[in-house]
Design a binder for this molecule. Structure first.
Ligand code: ATP
Length: 434
């Protein structure tokens, strides 16, 4: 039943153009996924909502977009070269590779029963060469987190924006980790997108800021329509903490494969700025002009995954109900996340005057509302499609519309229908969607 739900989500994503297997026509590249027309809208809506809540609605957080490729010393300073690894064990018989912490029996392959090699550290950073010469002097890492791009710009922000503590930087971007065991659809992949905030505070204020960010990020998921019973907080044990962290709280989602991390909120202490100051030789202290003190701020980091959040919202919104002896599948995404807000559908696609009017109405709505037009099936089929992608309102143009200049507006969740005159339609929908 549980696996069934995951299968249903994967199948809906493919059928309706949310997410496709990467490089599918070549047999697929394992654990890579391409976002289709509705998937990219969902992800963009998610990122926009995050940016609005974390940057635009605050006075103390500024946006950034740093380069993916960074100076090799960055990853030495950050501790990733030395510490960013998982332990792996290989099967001597079937050659499969496992993350040691996932193995119940550390000596025996769970797939074929063969013997396992001793567990060895495996660095998760991808490496490549910069420039045309492929030698060791040109090795460069592809970032495994967006965070470092914000730390290395700390003094640029101080010099250009002159902020007072506390203040934060926010960034959304791709990160890459050579995960040993990717899987569970888009939950764990080697290429993924993160939305991260680095919030700089006076050291004594760190604990309070940590608690505030935990609550604020938890509430954000609820405000975007996620069901409360599917969300929880989980404190990291001392043995789980990353090498830089003093404390960390995960926000977990009840995925069909179990409770798993959606976002982590960590107190990174003054580790990062101190390390970069030491490795770069630059002074990265903050000068407090009120107390005339110089010190390294602590950093509170809410770090979430765009792909994981998109997957959690898809699962959370998936809904089945029986209607007239048939199963109706509806994605009950909230207004902000739904990829299309309105669909315009002609009832009879072989009547040119109906099709023409429907296209004209859609074109007019498109100027201010994300609207799709579809005339490639019977009305039953068209409604079904729109329900499955979570479109909030369907507008149907029928024979009567030609006479009374009214259309039928159907609301997604209740399926209630109303006749609205064409000249009031945009205002009606705008009010509903605002
Ligand atoms: P996990 O324990 O699941 O490996 P993590 O604790 O290493 O995750 P962080 O380093 O805290 O993850 O990264 C912040 C966020 O980035 C995670 O909460 C998750 O949403 C996302 N993320 C991390 N690794 C991946 C991945 N391989 N695929 C998709 N998203 C990821």
């Amino acid at each position: 039943m549980i696996e069934n739900l995951m299968d249903k989500i994967v199948s809906l994503c493919k059928r309706r153009g949310f997410i496709f297997q990467g490089s599918e026509i070549y047999g697929g590249l394992a654990n890579t996924w391409d976002y289709g027309p509705y998937g990219v809208e969902l992800k963009n809506n998610l990122k926009r909502a995050w940016w609005k809540a974390c940057v635009y609605e605050r006075n103390d957080v500024f946006g950034m977009d740093a380069a993916i490729l960074m100076h090799p010393r960055v990853w030495e300073a950050s501790g990733h070269v030395e510490n960013f690894f998982d332990l792996k064990s290989d099967c001597k018989n079937c050659k499969r590779r496992f993350k040691t912490e996932d193995l119940k029996d550390k000596s025996c392959c769970p797939e074929c029963g063969g013997g396992l090699t001793e567990s060895r550290p495996f660095n998760l950073m991808f490496k490549t060469h910069q420039g045309p010469v492929e030698d060791d002097a040109n090795i460069i890492h592809i970032r495994p987190e967006t965070a470092q791009g914000m730390f290395v710009n700390f003094s640029n922000i101080l010099d250009s924006k002159h902020p007072r503590l506390p203040f934060g930087l926010a960034q959304i971007g791709k990160s890459f980790r050579n995960e040993i065991t990717p899987g569970n659809f888009t939950f764990r992949t080697r290429e993924f997108e993160q939305m991260e905030i680095e919030y700089f505070v006076k050291p004594p204020d760190a604990e309070k800021a940590l608690q505030e960010w935990i609550q604020s990020r938890f509430d954000w998921y609820l405000s975007m329509g996620m069901k409360k019973e599917n969300l929880r907080k989980r404190q990291h044990g001392k043995d789980e903490l990353a090498h830089y962290a003093h404390a960390c709280m995960d926000i977990e989602y009840n995925f069909p494969f179990g409770w798993s991390e959606l976002e982590g909120i960590a107190n990174r202490s003054d580790y990062d700025l101190k390390q970069h100051a030491q490795y770069s030789g630059k002074d990265l202290q903050y000068f407090d002009d009120a107390t005339k003190e110089r010190f390294y701020p602590y950093i509170i980091e809410p770090s979430g995954g765009v792909d994981r959040a998109a997957l959690a919202f898809l699962i959370d919104a998936y809904h089945e109900e029986e209607v007239k002896g048939q199963t109706r599948v509806v994605l009950k995404l909230n207004k902000g996340l739904a990829p299309a807000k309105v669909a315009v559908l002609p009832l009879l696609r072989n009547r040119p005057e109906i099709v023409e009017l429907a296209k004209k109405i859609a074109q007019d709505l498109k100027k201010s509302i994300i609207t799709v037009y579809d005339d490639t099936g019977s009305i039953g089929k068209l409604y079904r499609r729109q329900d499955e992608v979570g479109t909030l309102y369907c507008v149907t143009i029928d024979v009567q519309t030609l006479e009374d200049k009214q259309v039928t507006v159907r609301e997604r969740d209740s399926m209630l229908q109303e006749r609205i005159s064409i000249d009031k339609l945009k205002e009606f929908l705008t009010n509903k969607l605002s």
